[in-house]
Design a protein around this ligand. Structure first.
Ligand code: TZP
Ligand code: MG
Length: 213
């Protein structure tokens, strides 16, 4: 990884090592297998873990990412991202502000979730390095129902926001080409990857589809 990461590195297949839809799988194994399949961006997301356990998980996945020259993004916690040497942090509207995250961690990639065109346009002005936009398609993974945005909205966000856009929510092998054609820099996955019989084969397949789209 270059010494200073930047938002332009957020491109292609973005894997969330979140075992919500497959709780019997360990998040470390998910990350290890995704990296074996060629994943270059891994986010640690574990809404059910207390912070000390989350920190330990992040530390373990950080060393896997380092061995595989992959970018590590930490969900929610700027301090954990700094402690484990992650490339970035991913925030939601209920986390610390983008300005505060930037003050604490000027060298981290800062990503922010957005769930509407209006929110995406607003967040893009706040100095983020990338924004996530979704849910694009119906998904059962996220606890709180999120309004479905669809590919047309994604296309509009990508054309109006001058930042890398990571599409998320219900993305699978079959709809992945539409995501790239809409202008997204990256596509983020939970269930499509973590529920696969072979996570490494699934990631390799997604990379191949993305490259050809
Ligand atoms: N944010 C919007 S949709 C979503 C998140 C975290 C869940 C994505 O999971 P899946 O299984 O890839 O639809
Ligand atoms: Mg959050």
């Amino acid at each position: 990884m270059p010494s200073k990461a930047c938002g332009q590195q957020i491109k292609g297949i973005y894997v969330l090592a979140d075992n919500t839809p497959a709780p019997k799988k360990s998040q470390i194994d998910i990350a290890r297998e995704a990296l074996a399949g060629g994943a270059k961006i891994i986010q640690v997301r574990a809404k059910n873990l207390a912070k000390p356990e989350f920190r330990e998980l992040a530390r373990s996945i950080a060393s896997l990412c380092k061995e595989n020259q992959a970018l590590l993004i930490i969900n929610d916690y700027v301090d954990v991202a700094l402690e484990v040497g992650a490339a970035g942090v991913h925030l939601g509207k209920d986390d610390i502000s983008i300005a505060e995250a930037r003050r604490l961690a000027p060298d981290l990639i800062i990503g922010r979730s957005t769930h509407s065109l209006e929110e995406a346009l607003e967040v893009a002005k706040q100095g983020v390095d990338y924004l996530a936009f979704g849910a694009i398609f119906p998904t059962t993974t996220k606890g709180r129902p999120t309004p479905i945005q669809g590919v047309d909205k994604l296309r509009e966000v990508c054309s109006r926001v001058k930042k890398p856009v990571v599409a998320i929510g219900g993305i699978h092998r079959d709809n992945l080409p539409e995501i790239k054609k809409a202008g997204a820099s990256a596509a983020a996955f939970i269930s499509e990857v973590v529920c696969a019989d072979s996570i490494s084969d699934r990631v390799a397949k997604l990379i191949n589809i993305w490259e050809k789209a």
